[in-house]
Design a protein around this ligand. Sequence first.
Ligand code: ZN
Ligand code: FE
Length: 257
Amino acid sequence: MAAQIHQFLCLSDNFGVLLHDLATGRTASIDAPEAGPILVALEERGWELTDILVTHHHFDHVQGIGALKTRFPVARVVGPAKEAAKIGGLDEELHEGDLVRVGDLQGRVIEVPGHTLGHIAFYFESEALLFAGDTLFSLGCGRPFEAPARVLYESVMKLAALPGATQLYCGHEYTAANARFALGVDGHNEDLIARAADVERLVAAGQFTLPSTLAAERATNPFLRAANPALKASLGLPDDTEATEVFAVLRERKNRG
Ligand code: ZN
Ligand code: FE
């Protein structure tokens, strides 16, 4: 693969992710949750930061930008046009379908409103990589802070429709808690039971649960299975309940839980 990825923790449960293009040496940080660990990660690999790809305006995704720019003044910061005012300092404002280059690697911008209104994801098709920020998590999804749940549902389904082999990278390591919730609402799902056991093993071994794949998420993530009859039944909802409504019920329960 022409792309190398380095994933590490920032703050308490944010992921730092570096995407490195072997051919040109260019390196992007996906979001900037915390400058310190990102600078250490760059140092470890001997990579120079050239790009920062911002998914949304929340503080735990942008607060490191200033310090990263101080150390790497040439780094180009790109992010959602719709949140440019909130983020500040974007060198390029991105919309649905825009292409983002990291050296020879080419990503496409997918607008995924819900968690925030302008939230975007970055999809590198030829590398089969998806950076979903706080929209889709492994076995879960973000909270719909700035839009109704149905808007977020459309966004997560848009991501889930990408090829199953796509590697999913997310903004947070929330999988263990998500697995407990998922088992509570979809406990007869054999794929989920197996994935939850894997997650437990990974966490016990001190390893990350990400990346996941979209195929695995489609089979196990309850928020992508809102149209599934067994899931509706276990939530006590009639079989003709719209998937959007099922999703909203799931989201409500998760918020309370
Ligand atoms: Zn967020
Ligand atoms: Fe976040």
